[in-house]
Design a protein around this ligand. Structure first.
Ligand code: BYC
Length: 472
């Protein structure tokens, strides 16, 4: 295994020292990245020491080293999963050919666009979360936020490495542009819709980690199947980090659910707001919002772009190599939800053009497993309430359902019903103001805000009252 050369400014396992041209490009980009991090990264905590996990190698032992670090000094490195000897392209028109080690010329533009779209989400999420440190519910949560942030920063490095190493001058221009777009900016927005939304409070943050980072998992898993080997290896290593982000989301929402249930039981009331917790119907509204925003990230149900990415061998299916079919999909069909007048029906579409919907199906099933675990918490308190995912057509801005209004239970409805009911389905200004009012920072060691249960265990085996961030 190639070890990481810490004498270099950029830790890596890609033999950077041997490639002076690439090293220079990245060393030129690094100060711009740090400037962006200072401007748009976590506000107010740049000089504090944080108990962070840093990857120092890609093997099981070395990728998770814990120590105190100031975020601007975090060692954002470039790590690719180990090469698979003799790896082939496993799907599409080039199936059976050796995996590409260099960009296939005819697909250069398409591949670059996929990588830029993926790369753009990483700094966007850091921008969206930059104010949250000020209102953390505990030092444990503050540390987890920063861990997520530095790793999104590393994922940006991962994509910039691919652009700089394999796309020459236009790659370097795209790397610069990734630092210039801004989440929510009117003139220079981030590329995908969800990454221009606000993340104003910690309930939104946990929902984002649960729903939006999970889109990341499925998109990265599809890119990990790519016939372009450097992209595949980069994404495989990114996925190891992504798992922690979804843990932060699922356990964060789970702890808020738990606190609501404890207060319901203790005070024999549904009105937990009076006791400073978040009520289950409000949590449901946040689920509806974040799930629908994230469903849009999979693109249209029927997409020739998706078919082309697959046929070209650039982006596979989730767990492509485990599937038992011809991996070309020219003849197969897939069941896709669509509109027929004011009814939602399913229809057989070509398997190739349905790849976005297939990935969305995998994603929804995974989300449902997490929601089931939240419902277990509710059930264990003897409370009769079930959290649900909204119907896939609810509040969509991309794809077949973008033109109509759909209720969370999957009925196409008119404007009048939407106007009358949407306040029951989505966070209202009052809901947001209430959740916002709970966001008072708790930074004493071992203490946790009243609206969220303490974590089940500490980070890396540390105690609950461990000093996860040194604020002194
Ligand atoms: N917003 O054929 P269509 C993550 C555009 S998250 C705005 O339906 P396609 C992370 C589309 O570009 C994972 N525009 O879609 C999570 C196209 O434009 P053109 C990010 C959208 O191309 C948390 C047109 O509509 N990774 O890592 O099959 C924290 C028709 O498109 C949207 C990726 O996304 C949208 N939501 O699929 C940190 C993977 N959806 O061609 C990180 C790379 C579609 O008409 N990207 N459009 O100009 C892709 O695979 C594809 O670009 C998409 C879209 C799946 C996103």
């Amino acid at each position: 295994m190639a070890s990481i050369d810490y004498n270099e400014r950029i830790p890596n396992n890609v033999d950077l020292a041997e490639n002076r041209r690439l090293l220079r490009a990245l060393e030129d980009w690094q100060p711009k990245f740090l400037e962006w991090w200072k401007d748009m990264g976590p506000e107010g905590f740049q000089a504090k020491e944080v108990y962070l996990r840093t990857a120092i190698s890609v093997d099981a032992k070395g990728w998770a080293q814990f120590d105190y670090t100031r975020m601007p000094e975090y060692r954002w490195g470039i790590f690719l999963a180990e090469p698979e000897p003799g790896r082939q392209i496993n799907f599409g028109d080039h199936q059976g050919q050796p995996a590409w080690q260099e960009v296939p010329g005819e697909y250069r533009g398409t591949l670059r666009r996929l990588i830029v779209t993926q790369g753009d989400t990483e700094p966007a999420s850091v921008e969206q979360q930059r104010h949250l440190g000020r209102t953390c519910p505990s030092l444990y949560d503050l540390r987890n936020l920063f861990q997520v942030n530095v790793e999104e920063g590393r994922h940006l490095w991962a994509m910039v490495y691919i652009l700089d190493a394999h796309f020459g001058r236009d790659g370097r221009e795209e790397s610069e542009a990734l630092l210039q777009r801004r989440s929510g900016d009117h003139d220079k927005p981030r590329i995908l819709g969800a990454f221009n939304e606000r993340t104003p409070d910690w309930l939104s943050f946990f929902m984002f980690c649960f729903f939006t980072d999970r889109d990341g998992k499925y998109q990265l898993a599809s890119l990990a199947e790519s016939g372009f080997d450097p992209l595949s290896r980069t994404c495989r290593f990114m996925l190891t980090e992504e798992a922690h982000h979804m843990f932060v989301g699922e356990s964060g929402v789970g702890r808020i659910v738990q606190r609501a249930c404890e207060i319901m039981r203790e005070h024999k009331t549904d009105d937990v707001r009076r006791h400073g917790a978040v009520d289950l119907p409000t949590i449901q509204k946040y689920i509806n919002f974040h799930c629908s925003v994230s469903l849009d990230l999979f693109g249209s149900e029927v997409s020739t772009n998706a078919a082309n990415f697959y046929t070209m061998g650039l982006k596979g299916r989730f767990e492509e190599t485990k599937k038992k079919d011809d991996h070309r999909l020219k003849d197969g069909t897939y069941t896709v939800a669509t509109l027929a007048g004011d009814k939602i029906i399913t229809r057989e579409e070509g398997a190739l053009v349905s790849l976005n919907e297939r990935l969305r199906d995998d994603y929804i099933a995974d989300c449902q497993r997490g929601v089931n675990r939240w419902n277990e918490i509710i059930k264990s308190h003897g409370i009769d309430f079930t959290l649900t995912l909204p119907h896939r057509g609810f509040r969509r801005a991309i794809g077949a359902f973008a033109e109509v209004k759909v209720s969370p239970d999957g009925r196409v409805i008119g404007e009048a019903e939407w106007d009358a009911r949407h306040r029951d389905w989505l966070p209202t200004e009052e809901d947001q103001a209430y959740v916002g009012s709970l966001m008072q920072p708790v930074t004493e060691r071992g203490r946790v805000a009243n609206w969220i249960a303490p974590p089940a265990r500490g980070v890396n085996g540390q105690a609950a009252d461990f000093e996860y961030v040194r604020l002194g």
